[in-house]
Write a protein that binds this ligand. Structure first.
Ligand code: PHE
Length: 454
């Protein structure tokens, strides 16, 4: 079977941006930035994009494009069978992410339906908004039902294939997402107290920049670019050899960052307009925002737009989390796309069911004080993703070799860039030093290694 390829550079950019832009941008970034010193956090975040996020993205896409294979096959081709096992680990990580991500995205989709039914625009207090949230999440039919519907939507896109499914849906959904977000941010800027919100967000408070804040800035840059879990290797494997990778990947990082910043502006201005502070965790999206939407004029429509926006962002990310496992079954086990999509979709749904039940039937099932959903999310985000990213960058930097990798990068670059010493020096430094060491830093930090200093 001939390998599928993206039809154009724009298609690739929007598919990769679709993967990158997700719940981490619209939900997590605003409150994390707010908690950890606003502009100070953003500065560290941008620096870590430069020193690890972007180089690891390039490393993964180079691995995919060079090998034209799923992550397990790709790692094996470049490094032998031991590295193949690391590739398999990244596929498994993507699969686990897809399972819990869909369970959470199900809540978002469910809330979108709630907004349409006018059920979340009449709250008087945070307690009321919270009680509504709890009653929905304690209903196993609601959580599993929307997890199922969300997964079914993703599976139907994936069925259609790389070009007709992933690329085409992202070409429609990403512009929609940008339009919604820009609309919400503009609306937010015209609301009362917008100046205070912007001041809070963009004036650096260096004192809040604790080591934990630095750790979470680095971790955020990693998760938001969908690194360390086979997605970017797989998307890179659908690229033809002569693509200019700098011109394809730089716009993705810029778009992803702009979405995070715009989301932070929209959320902060909207929440500040009624004199509140953005809550963290589920509280932000499910208590604070619904309460604010209940109190401002036009809140009903804004809430519909907001939850549509987040659902779209989650959909294009979920698709990209499922694709590595599909590519694995197709490339390594020679399955047809149809069977691979069905198997991965059903498997991910089933693994996601306990996550969807973690707030109801399984709420008493805990490990180390975490419910099943938190545990899987923690395992994937803090352990498996950093390990997968470290694997990719070590493979490029130490096994395939920076010189060979950069020669491959040169394919498709304009002659001026091919001769640029600073460009090569930058990647050489990142692949060999900054990325692996900083990932190790995040990894050890997530394991609690630095707790005695912090
Ligand atoms: N990048 C996505 C986000 O920001 C998360 C994600 C990670 C999606 C890994 C797919 C794979 O929400």
């Amino acid at each position: 079977m001939e390998r599928a390829h993206w039809s154009s550079r724009l298609g690739f950019i929007l598919a990769v941006a679709g993967s990158a832009v997700g719940l981490a941008n619209i939900w997590k970034f605003p409150y994390t930035a707010g908690q950890h010193g606003g502009a100070a956090f953003i500065a560290v975040y941008l620096l870590s994009l430069l020193l690890i996020g972007f180089p690891v993205l390039m490393a993964e896409i180079l691995i995919g494009r060079q090998t034209q294979s799923d992550p397990a096959g790709a790692f094996k081709q470049l490094g032998g069978s031991r590295w193949g096992a690391v590739g398999k680990l990244t596929v498994l990580t993507g699969f686990i992410v897809s399972a819990f991500y869909s369970a959470v995205a199900g809540w978002i989709l469910g809330y979108f339906v709630e907004t349409l039914r006018g059920n979340i625009s009449h709250f008087q207090t945070v307690a009321e908004a919270g009680a509504h949230y709890t009653s929905l999440l304690q209903n196993p039919f609601w959580t599993v039902g929307f997890h199922f519907i969300f997964m079914a939507l993703c599976v139907s896109v994936l069925f259609l294939g790389v070009r007709q499914g992933i690329e085409r849906s992202c070409k429609v959904l990403m512009p929609l997402l940008f339009a919604l977000l820009v609309g919400l941010a503009i609306k937010g800027m015209t609301m009362p107290n917008a100046g205070n919100a912007l001041h809070f967000l963009f004036s650096p408070d260096w004192k809040s920049l604790t080591p934990i804040a630095i750790l979470s800035a680095v971790g955020q840059s990693f998760f938001t670019l969908s690194l360390g879990q086979g997605t970017m290797v797989t998307y890179g494997s659908y690229l033809k050899g002569r693509e200019n990778l700098i011109a394809s990947c730089v716009p993705v990082v810029i778009m992803d960052t702009c979405v995070s910043l715009l989301a932070a502006i929209a959320v902060f201005t909207i929440v500040f307009s009624v004199g509140m502070q953005p809550d963290s965790g589920p509280g932000l999206v499910f208590h604070t925002l619904p309460l604010v939407f209940s109190q401002i004029s036009g809140g009903f429509f804004l809430s519909i737009l907001f939850f549509l926006l987040v659902s779209v962002a989650a959909l294009t990310s979920e698709i990209s989390a499922l694709e590595p496992s599909i590519a694995y079954l197709m490339d390594e086990w020679r399955w047809t796309r149809r069977n691979a999509v069905i198997a991965v979709g059903c498997g991910s749904f089933l693994v996601g069911v306990p996550c969807a039940l973690a707030t109801s039937v399984f709420s008493n099932v805990t490990f180390l004080g975490m419910n099943i959903l938190d545990m899987l999310a923690d395992l994937a985000t803090n352990i498996m993703i950093p390990l997968g990213g470290l694997g990719a960058v070590l493979l490029v930097g130490r096994v395939w070799g920076v010189t060979k990798a950069l020669r491959h990068l040169d394919q498709g670059l304009p002659p001026k860039m091919q001769k640029s010493t600073w460009l090569h020096a930058y990647f050489w430094f990142c692949f060999k030093y900054s990325a692996p060491f900083l990932i190790l830093f995040v990894f050890l930090g997530a394991l609690g290694f630095f707790d005695w200093v912090l």
